[in-house]
Design a protein around this ligand. Structure first.
Ligand code: NAD
Length: 311
């Protein structure tokens, strides 16, 4: 019963690896690089260096380690994909096809995939739910939507047990994702630097803590087959957090933090500011975030970054 995490060296995959290892699961990480995020558990898991875009490497790891369950998280993120869409095609499109095909050929029991708010792109609605029409505007969003659809097709055509979660903005220690303001704000002031936020103080963002993102990936894969109807699920944490609210939370820990705001055209980030509806995940398999308040997220992040500054 070995479980494979592609992209398991990353922010969410490494956290998921901790959850599985603590539960006594046999874990195999498949990633293009090793990560210090796994250093405390590296003796309790297997690491295979490999590329999801190379079919033979994917088939080898699934066959050699007798993989029964796959968490497919290996991907190039939004800004990397926009900068090099040709490489992102190989990783995010071909890679997802390779994983699904390996799962079909080698009789993997269950597979989960991590999708994104980026699949909604140019959606006109003010609320984004699992039934909102998805019209992605970025290469990343296009590739994630392909993964959602291809997984659903493998399920219908071959009976492959496929599920997927769709995250909004994920925050966590050590990752200042380009285009995000939340984690960069905390990271910056914790290291003693002032932070200039390019978002107005009262613009809301749907926010998910990385520990909850990993828990949701685990929960959706474990959910009984009969509870999976929607198949691709929005996952929520804090539904609406503004920079000013995050600033106030940070100042409980770092009272002299310096945070300023510059105004800019926010039309391009309107996607993140819409209401985020995760009711299908809640109703079908009981999703509830553990980090549902900014207070919990910020204090855990501050503690984690002080204890593990290497992240
Ligand atoms: N972080 C977010 O805000 C967010 C939001 C929505 C969805 N997601 C999705 O969640 C998943 C995990 O994201 P994360 O935040 O941990 O990102 P991350 O960048 O920290 O992790 C991604 C991992 O994938 C690995 N990877 C890249 N190319 C690979 C390849 N060719 N073969 C194998 N591994 C490869 C990277 O080395 C990295 O360790 C991704 O699929 C991502 O698209 C993330």
């Amino acid at each position: 019963m070995a479980k494979l995490i592609t992209g398991g060296s990353g922010q969410i995959g490494a956290e998921l690896a901790h959850i599985l290892v603590e539960r006594g699961e046999e874990v195999v990480i498949f990633d293009i690089h090793k990560s210090k995020r796994l250093s405390d558990i590296e003796k309790r898991l297997q690491f295979v260096r490999g590329d999801v875009g190379i079919m033979s490497e994917v088939l080898n790891v699934v066959r050699d380690y007798k993989i029964t369950h796959i968490y497919h998280m290996g991907a190039m993120l939004t800004s990397e994909s926009e900068a090099n869409p040709w490489a992102a095609f190989q990783v995010n499109v071909v890679g997802t096809y390779n994983i699904l095909e390996a799962a079909r050929l080698l009789d993997v029991e269950r597979l989960m995939f991590t999708s994104s708010i980026g699949t909604f792109g140019m959606a006109a609605e003010d609320k984004l739910s699992d039934t909102t029409l998805q019209r992605p505007g970025s290469f990343y969003g296009v590739a994630k939507l392909y993964g959602e659809g291809l997984g659903r097709w493998y399920n219908r055509k071959f009976g492959l047990d496929f599920r997927a979660v769709r995250y909004p903005s994920v925050v966590g220690p050590g990752v200042a994702t380009p285009g995000h303001w939340d984690a960069p704000m905390i990271l910056s002031v914790l290291s003693g630097k002032p932070y200039e936020c390019s978002m107005s103080p009262d613009t809301p963002t749907a926010m998910l803590y990385y520990r909850d993102a990993a828990r949701a990936a685990d929960m959706v894969l474990q959910a009984p087959k009969e509870s999976i109807n929607m198949m691709n699920y929005n996952i929520g944490g804090v539904p609406s957090a503004t920079p000013k609210q995050v600033e106030l939370e940070i100042k409980k820990h770092i009272p002299d933090a310096v945070i300023t705001y510059v105004s800019r055209d926010e039309s391009s980030i309107r996607l993140n500011t819409r209401a985020w509806d995760d009711s299908y995940a809640r109703n079908e398999w009981g999703w509830r975030p553990e980090y549902a308040t900014l207070e919990k997220i910020v204090s855990d992040m501050v503690r984690e970054m002080r204890e593990r500054p290497e992240l």
